[in-house]
Design a protein around this ligand. Sequence first.
Ligand code: SF4
Length: 179
Amino acid sequence: MSKVPVSFEWLSGCSGCELAVVDMHEKLLKILDAVEIVRLPILADVKGYPKAKLGVVTGALRTDHDVECAHEMRRSCDAILAFGVCAVFGGPQGSGYAHTQRELQESAFLANPTTTTKFVPDQGVPKLLDEGVRPVDSEIDVDLYLPGCPPPADTLWQALVALLSDKPVALPYELVKYD
Ligand code: SF4
């Protein structure tokens, strides 16, 4: 049986969602019996957007580069899964709304003691969107939503198994737990 190609893309996020993928641990090996991961930025530097049956998009739209990448995923994948509250709602990346772009840039490039570049670069860096942070479905069609910050690794596992066997995805009621 041929494997199902699955592609991942990482927009503006904190990398927690990517760690949830890796956190599947040995279950990832079972998934790899059925799927071929054709793109996964946290593990491999794959250029371009190979064709895939499922595209998993993490992170929010915050830059013009994010918008471009979201469209590349839509063009190359049959179905899109928005993974994590950033992709689904905009998420914690929206805290940037509390400041102007200038304040954010000054904090990152001028006032940051670990940054030696004492100017705000205007070339070679993605441009922040004027309208702020947006969820993925504000730009492209999304077929499935899996919120959580990040969604627990087990939830991703359940979703992938259900999707691969053409069954409905049964999500747990609580995706964010407070101890
Ligand atoms: S949903 Fe949470 S864990 Fe995932 S990228 Fe956003 S902030 Fe990070």
